[in-house]
Design a protein around this ligand. Structure first.
Ligand SMILES: [Zn+2]
Length: 117
């Protein structure tokens, strides 16, 4: 189940992001998962629940934001309409399009517990 290794990679990334504030507890971890990233959301959520305590994120909730795939014409740079045909509306070129979003998993946001001073 590669979602488990993805969750560990996510916590590695969060650890690095938290380097300056290690004592703060993380309340929320928000990730964007592209529809073409090859990640099963339910498996990812299950893996997160299974790993968060051992990684020191016991208090963290997971918020998954789905990201639609987006394509751009290589010839003229126009972004194609989401969900539409893979043909450029700008120059009519078909086939020579590049995927510009929706194929990856991103750590979007960490929310930390705010302590009263
Ligand atoms: Zn074009």
């Amino acid at each position: 189940m590669h979602e488990v290794s993805l969750v560990h990679a996510l916590f590695d990334q969060a650890d690095r992001a938290l380097g300056a504030h290690p004592p703060a507890a993380v309340r929320l971890v928000r990730v964007r998962i592209g529809e073409l990233a090859g990640v099963e959301r339910e498996l990812f959520e299950t893996a997160f629940d299974g790993c968060r305590a051992e990684r020191g994120y016991a208090a963290a909730a997971l918020d998954v934001v789905p990201e639609a795939a987006a394509w751009r014409c290589r010839a003229c740079g126009v972004e194609l309409a989401p969900g539409g045909p893979l043909r450029c509306a700008g120059c009519g070129d078909a086939g020579d399009v590049a995927l510009v979003a929706g194929d990856a998993l991103f750590l979007d946001r960490l929310e930390l517990e705010v302590r009263d001073v």
